[in-house]
Design a protein around this ligand. Sequence first.
Ligand SMILES: NC(=O)C1=CN([C@@H]2O[C@H](COP(=O)(O)OP(=O)(O)OC[C@H]3O[C@@H](n4cnc5c(N)ncnc54)[C@H](OP(=O)(O)O)[C@@H]3O)[C@@H](O)[C@H]2O)C=CC1
Ligand SMILES: O=C([O-])CC(=O)C(=O)O
Length: 436
Amino acid sequence: MALSKISTSYSPSQTLKSKPGVPFHGYDAKRTGVSFEPHRRLRISCSVAPNEVQAPVAPAVPSDKASNRECYGVFCTTYDLRADEKTKSWKSLIKIAVSGAAGMISNHLLFKLASGEVFGPDQPIALQLLGSERSLQALEGVAMELEDSLYPLLREVGIGINPYEVFRDCEWALLIGAKPRGPGMERAGLLDINGQIFAEQGKALNAVASRNVKVIVVGNPCNTNALICLKNAPDIPAKNFHALTRLDENRAKCQLAMKAGVFYDKVSNMTIWGNHSTTQVPDFLNAKINGIPVKEVIKDTKWLETEFTERVQKRGGVLIQKWGRSSAASTAVSVVDAIRSLVTPTPEGDWFSSGVYTNGNPYGIAEDIVFSMPCRSKGDGDYELATDVIIDDFLRERIKKSEAELLAEKRCVAHLTGEGNAYCDLPEDTMLPGEQ
Ligand SMILES: NC(=O)C1=CN([C@@H]2O[C@H](COP(=O)(O)OP(=O)(O)OC[C@H]3O[C@@H](n4cnc5c(N)ncnc54)[C@H](OP(=O)(O)O)[C@@H]3O)[C@@H](O)[C@H]2O)C=CC1
Ligand SMILES: O=C([O-])CC(=O)C(=O)O
């Protein structure tokens, strides 16, 4: 199945072309009849130095192109925006790939990305959306809704079902698509089915994505899926892979704020340690309220150790009971938070949680797993682990339990990480947040 590209823009640095051995079916002259002769090429001023900006030269592509099924009305029309004042200060286009793009989380996330609230009001983006045979129609519907939203910063939309096409040159890969656990399914079964998706997508990223792509794995079980993905992408730094635990951080902040009777923006330094599962450890030892350690504000240690901890660990399950499906809007918000934490400098003294590769960690956590830990960023897309944390016996014991779970998950997917035969001895009491 081809990747159909819906484009309102073209920049010289983003020429559509095939790499040897990997067919690219883009929005090209052959498929659409759009001419890419130099004088008809579309340029957006974000990729052209201001002093090179000239008067518009290219008329809109004839409206009959809009009848092409794979580009949707307005996205089939092309413009020369070089003379547009608004776009002169824009940055170069970035490509964002999203899997599970027709799913619930994406339905919220894509519109946030396109609005500019994630990467900023001067950052044009291209969305490359990955679906499957079963979701392709729905993906077209998603593209139509994006079209009807008239987002100025959304310059290109592509849809497809082949990760080797959809991930091409992407600088961000938001991996959301994964099978949810169904009745009677064992956790090990989910690990295997979803693990295969992430093994394939890791290989695809390795083959075609930007060499510095940042990958955020949302699909569950996200820590081990992220591990599988990074193991299958040896040419991309392992540090670039994240498992989403920001939703857990946000949930924890909300609970602490409620207990302390403060607005939730007063809670900082909130670490989620470990797995995005019911063994996760919301760290009330290092968290602060109004800059003061939580334990000095909330004196009820029993509540912190039991009710608070369990409420965060099982929040996903309670929500499923109420909603009949897992968190989608708040998950999308937390993906936005996770990205923004990497592209904006972390406020002085604070940190954020992300599931990241453990090699070289200063906390004594087992190497070679993906574990949620406290991170700080300079806003360059990269991060460092926070070292100014304290770990007491209670915290250490909880962290060890989550570590044991992740090591067991890792053994269970050894066939997908290139480490031999899988052996599944998952502790029976471990569950995703959405499982009761
Ligand atoms: N880390 C976190 O904090 C959270 C993670 N999640 C996880 O995010 C993932 C997506 O959630 P959500 O968007 O609500 O789910 P949806 O069911 O709405 O969408 C999931 C998408 O996954 C894709 N998918 C890939 N393989 C399969 C498969 N074998 N069977 C079924 N679907 C498949 C489907 O898209 P297609 O057919 O296009 O491939 C589907 O649209 C889930 O794994 C969920 O558990 C949810 C909340 C929080
Ligand atoms: O458990 C699930 O299926 C959804 C999830 O990850 C959460 O809500 O945290």
